[in-house]
Design a protein around this ligand. Structure first.
Ligand code: NAG
Ligand code: NAG
Ligand code: NAG
Ligand code: NAG
Ligand code: NAG
Length: 276
């Protein structure tokens, strides 16, 4: 048995990289479980100077968002001017102006996004930001890798309602080209893969590994990448967010063909198992 009382490994392969394994770099981030809300959080470093930042872990989110009103004091943030390729790349629909004090959440002619809270399904509209993100390398653990061009959305503190205590935003791990793992893999020229090890043990944190197709060595010396069961991920052509977009969902789907309980197939209409 594995070291964890509950062990779940989640591996996503989005695209095939042509790089040789020796050139690949992987970075990691600890994952914690909020026991009262039963939500997972992930810790990254953001801003300049770098600050440990706890974010809600959202497997299907398209883009990361962070409260940039409270405790946001970075010397490197910048907004993205509207109608630029960078703005198009993050699928921005809106251009915002602001008549308050200039700051991370207030600028003119800045491209904007609709951050969503997946727990409350509350939505807001805020400008996008580019700032520094840092994550530790996987081996040897410790050294931080800086991503100076990390793109995410601002949000206001009220969008955090319903998430775990202490989080100041959401880390999006969805299938978009600008989710956290996508931006990290692009910057590192690493495979578009990530793995999550979630643990329910109070005393141990889990871990996310970005930019590596393995080996995955979590608690003992065993590489788990060889003992995983793989299944294809399906594309859902329909948007699954509160604000619906005219492109496929960034969430991950797997194909279910039947459901068995105690070895007995549950009688149900097969069409209900199809994505429609
Ligand atoms: C923001 O950071 C700068 C430099 O790190 C510091 O001088 C300033 O007091 C900080 N402001 C706030 C509101 O924390
Ligand atoms: C930052 O990233 C965006 C897309 O993620 C890209 O369009 C832009 O050119 C990058 N800027 C720099 C300075 O690397
Ligand atoms: C945006 O432009 C308006 C009109 O020129 C100006 O009043 C306002 O202060 C500007 N906002 C920022 C954040 O610079
Ligand atoms: C939803 O968001 C709005 C604006 O962002 C905020 O004022 C409101 O309190 C939020 N509602 C809930 C239930 O979180
Ligand atoms: C994501 O990037 C890949 C490679 O650049 C591109 O082929 C694909 O169309 C992009 N996906 C979306 C949804 O823009």
């Amino acid at each position: 048995m594995f070291h964890y009382s509950f062990f779940l490994l989640f591996l996503i392969t989005i695209a095939v990289s042509s790089l040789s394994p020796s050139l690949q770099t992987a970075v990691v981030a600890p994952i914690f479980k909020d026991r009262s809300r039963r939500l997972y959080t992930i810790q990254v470093y953001l801003q300049t100077p770098l600050r440990p930042t706890k974010l809600h872990l959202d497997l299907g989110g398209s883009f990361t968002w962070v409260d940039c009103y409270r405790s946001y004091n970075s010397s490197t943030y910048r907004q993205i001017p509207c109608y630029t390729p960078h703005c198009d790349f993050i699928h921005s629909f809106a251009c915002s102006n602001c008549f308050h004090e200039p700051g991370p959440a207030c600028g003119n002619n800045t491209c904007a996004l609709f951050p969503e809270n997946p727990v409350t399904r509350n939505v807001s509209l805020h400008n996008a930001l580019v700032d520094s993100l840092a994550l530790p390398v996987s081996t040897p653990r410790g050294r931080l890798v800086l991503f100076p061009n990390f793109t995410f959305s601002c949000s206001e503190p009220s969008l955090l309602k319903g998430l775990a205590k202490g989080v100041t935003g959401l880390a999006a791990l969805g299938g978009s080209n600008y989710s956290l793992p996508a931006q990290v893999s692009t910057a590192l020229s690493s495979p578009r893969c990530f793995a999550l090890c979630l643990t329910s043990q109070r005393s141990r944190s889990g871990v996310a590994v970005f930019g590596s197709r393995g080996p995955y060595v979590f608690s003992s010396d065993i590489d788990l990448s060889g003992s995983l069961v793989y299944t294809p991920l399906l594309l859902n052509p329909l948007s699954t967010t509160v604000i619906t977009y005219p492109w496929p969902s960034d969430e991950y789907f797997i194909g279910l063909t039947s459901i068995k309980v105690n070895g007995k197939t549950v009688a149900l209409n097969q069409t209900l198992l199809r994505i429609d």
